[in-house]
Ligand binder design. Structure first.
Ligand code: NAP
Length: 451
């Protein structure tokens, strides 16, 4: 691409994988002739790579090293601790940039809509994940791990992560970046049994076979699936023949039908059970489940048989959803920003000029981290085609705006100070490569250490 006199200026909102892959695509597709500001409400970059990927999944976590190179490109700046809607508005962004890409992900949990869901002890997997990942908004969450039995609802990859963290010992997590106060809380855990509940059958489990296999390999927990739960209706049996993912899952699950060896903890994977009520007076004391089957149309339907599990905590891991951004079109049913291949569309279906979307906010919470790379590249291709190299002088400068509002922006250099503090903490505690700082004040102090 020929050099433009005025490089296109783009704001990317959100520094998770979707946002940073978008920044990378902007640099690559313009041969570096672009100015990208990546804004995030947190003082830390990498979004779900830092706050969603499980701490013991170190190879996935290492994607941060790849994303770091994007932030180190001279065409890219990180502007942390700026929150859209609180510190700046959509109108400000459109005044300061040629185009905006929203990539704020999907950080809110879905509800099941059953009685008792608001009882103490009924919690969202997102909160639990945020807590053990050291998200500053979850630093003071308190999970009652004095209970002996826990139910995790859902059979997706997040449910598997949560079950694994509950089943491991705190000692097994010591070489990860889990904050120290979380390690202490986990070391006091009295949990003995974790039930993972699928409302459909083994052929409909959404977790990947690799993730499932990891549960079977845990040293601290035995795993069991009742042989009756492995029953497959004809359509599911056909799927297990034709679909590699389903075949792999069914094979792994089928290997867990014998009574497991005695271990300190036990995982029971239960299929064909839909949660109907969380029971308790003042706090969770049980989970009522209805047996299910699939009808002719493949829909899950109740059989009228019920059972109650004596659990003291229920963790719902039934999916994430995005939240609407002030002034940006939002589809309340799909919980995504309406778009055509990344171009945001308005209520009339026509593209909204200069505004784009990438990642989970664009397509919903699906896929793995790498899925966001091609997804972001598609958005960027359309953005650059629409702008056709035209950069108009901004109405305002983002730097002036930040200064006039006194926003305490965290720069990439500031983040590197926090990064170094976490690495130093790990060394001092004789734990792994990094121990996360999880409290806002500690994080912000580490960004600007005294000279
Ligand atoms: P998910 O894969 O959509 O799984 C949600 C689970 O919740 C499904 O089993 C679903 O069952 C169940 N569910 C939904 N509503 C329910 C209800 N009302 N009652 C009972 N069960 C209900 O979502 P996720 O686990 O949150 O994962 C989100 C995305 O992140 C996925 O793309 C996932 O692969 C990705 N991720 C990947 C990794 C990894 O690769 N290691 C780790 C974490 C997350 P139905 O199928 O019956 O709806």
């Amino acid at each position: 691409m020929s050099r433009m006199v005025n490089p296109v200026r783009v704001a990317v909102i959100g520094s998770g994988p979707a946002g940073l892959y978008a920044a990378e695509a902007l640099v690559k597709q313009t041969d570096g002739n672009v100015r990208v500001d990546v804004l995030d409400r947190l003082p830390t970059p990498y979004g779900l790579v830092r706050y969603g990927v499980a701490p013991d999944h170190k190879s996935i976590k290492s994607i941060a090293r790849y994303l770091q190179k994007v932030l180190e490109d001279p065409a890219v700046r990180f502007l942390g601790r700026i929150e859209l809607g609180r510190d700046i508005t959509r109108a400000d962004l459109l005044d300061c940039y040629d185009a905006v890409i929203y990539a704020t992900g999907a950080m809110v949990d879905r509800h099941m809509g059953i009685p008792g869901e608001d009882l103490p002890g009924s919690v969202a997997a997102t909160d639990f994940v945020n807590w053990y990942c050291g998200h500053p908004d979850a630093a003071d969450h308190d999970f009652d791990l004095s209970v002996e039995e826990v139910a995790v609802i859902g059979v997706g990859n997040v449910a598997v992560d949560v079950v694994r963290i509950l089943a491991k010992t705190a000692e097994e997590l010591r070489d990860t970046d889990v904050p120290e106060h979380v390690i202490e809380a986990l070391s006091r855990s009295r949990v003995k049994r974790v039930h993972m509940i699928g409302r459909r059958g083994p052929a409909q489990a959404k977790f990947t076979t690799k993730e499932a296999r990891e549960l079977g390999d845990l040293a601290n927990a035995g795993i069991h699936v009742s042989p009756a739960d492995m029953d497959l209706d004809p359509a599911s049996a056909a799927l297990a023949e034709s679909d590699r993912h389903v075949r792999g899952n069914v094979k792994v699950l089928g290997g867990w039908t014998a009574e497991p060896p005695a271990r300190p903890r036990r995982i029971d994977v239960r299929f064909w059970r839909a949660p109907v009520e969380i029971i308790g007076t003042g706090r969770v004391e049980g989970l009522r489940l209805e047996r299910t089957r699939l009808d002719e149309a493949g829909r899950v339907t109740g059989t009228g048989e019920f059972e109650t599990l004596p659990v003291g905590m229920v963790l719902r891991s039934v999916g994430y959803k995005s939240v609407a951004l002030d002034g940006v079109p939002f589809d309340e049913r799909a919980c995504t920003v309406p778009n055509e291949a990344g171009r945001i569309t308005g209520p009339d279906g026509a593209p909204v000029p200069r505004e784009y979307v990438a990642g989970w906010l664009k397509r919903g919470p699906t896929g793995v981290v790498g899925t966001n790379k091609s997804d972001a590249a598609e958005t960027v291709t359309h953005l650059l085609a629409d702008l056709a190299g035209a950069s108009t002088p901004p109405k305002r400068s983002i730097d002036d705006l930040i200064e006039s509002r006194g926003l305490p922006v965290v720069t990439y250099a500031d983040w590197l100070n926090l990064d170094a503090a976490e690495i130093a903490l790990a060394r001092a505690l004789e734990r792994g490569e990094r121990v996360k700082l999880a409290r806002w004040d500690a994080m912000c102090d580490a960004c600007r250490p005294p000279k």
